[in-house]
Design a protein around this ligand. Sequence first.
Ligand code: BES
Ligand code: ZN
Ligand code: ZN
Length: 480
Amino acid sequence: MAATSIRYASKPENKSTIYLVNTGEAPAIKGLKKEQQDFIAAQQANNNSSYYFPHQDTIVFVSVPEVKKDQLHLTHENCRKAGHVLCGMVNKMKLDTVQIVNQSAIEQAQIYFAEGLVLSNYQFIKYFKDAAKKKNSLKQVIVTGNDATKKEVDQLAIVAESLFAVRDMVNEPVLSFNSVDLGKMVLKTAKSYGFKAEVWNKKKIVANQFGGLLAVNMGSVVEPTFSILEWKPANAKNKAPIVLVGKGVTYDTGGLSLKPTPDSMDHMKCDMTGAATVLGTFMAIAKAKLNLHVIGLIPSTDNRINGAEYTPGDIIKMHNGLFVEVLNTDAEGRMILADALSYASRFKPELVVDIATLTGAAARAIGPWGHAIMGNAGEEVLKEFKKAGEEVHERAVEMPFWEDYAEKMRSSIADLKNVGGADGGAMTAGKFLEFFTDYPYVHNDIAGCSFTNAEMSYRGKGGTGYGMRFLYRFLKNRAR
Ligand code: BES
Ligand code: ZN
Ligand code: ZN
């Protein structure tokens, strides 16, 4: 779906308006009638944090974002959530344009509110016969006045456009978005956004000995792809590139170690969220012309069964020459990421960051409210990620990265095995991946955040696109 358009206006126009106001205050609006004033007073008496009423030929909306004392990030998150609530009201009133005016004391309330509003306006309705009838009315959001700058508004537009593209890819079932389709999408996007991309077919993947990716692909009727993306502006600030690696499992049945269906296999089209996130981040960095050299790597296949699939007990030679004993075919993400991580070494990177829906263990440890991060790139780098996570409210929770976890991955018959037992599953997976790296490395496990059955405010329902805003913010902070 095309992103809702967002524009900046220095002064409010004569349009339906959302006023952001302080707790306990009424909006300052000229020419209100007595009954309108009474209505506002009644809402205040009820502590109602969002309401609306007709005024002249427009509709006035009022939103009161909750302030968290001394916690600006949480206050900003409340602004996004308030934007989500108002999105529903604006669409209920069938408006196509709405402008935002900040009369609250919250600094930058408008831009965060606008973010929540715009991100909530996403819909994935193409598979309804009467999609046109279900379509939201809201098409344009205007951010007014001096609480936000045109630059911030432009940035929000870039993020919304990229995030919607990520959500579309995640929501698309594997039947219409497999590894080959993902490769085509990479090429198409590269062309229109102006970054470089190359997509390998199976022959090239075989020639490059990506044993892990090929093993997982054995059970598939679709060929694997490996996409290489590059954004290298002339003014790049970093000498060695930053490499982003995304897990592109377009569907995860678990393979022979089959997943049970309810609440487990049924949404596994989301297992390429890391890949979509990397592509979405490239859309954003190219559009914003970030002065950083960034490379993206996306190994992609589905994980299923066709009679020729890899099996527990198999031993696979990986791209870096290590042998892996497969003890669970459902631990496929690490098999395909390992090859991509090993390949990343040739770029002599400053930093490699992967993002993957890797383990149920990470999802259980943190839930959908944040994601697991770990690595060996040093405290300062991890701090940058945690800061970016706080800023976009895709919060990164640092996990231990102890050698003890690596020990759990040793096999008695090969260099490694692909499962490490019941304890610390998110970390044993991360340590497994570290065996394929020889550079500063950070691992993001977003398994708990990529998909939601129940609406989660402005993250929506279905594919959330979680991770794109986080990665882009990290890079943007570095680019400054
Ligand atoms: N794709 C799953 C992880 C996942 C779980 C993603 C929930 C999204 C939501 C991954 O490939 C997987 O199946 N991991 C196994 C690993 C285990 C066999 C070591 C898991 O977590 O159960
Ligand atoms: Zn799996
Ligand atoms: Zn998976």
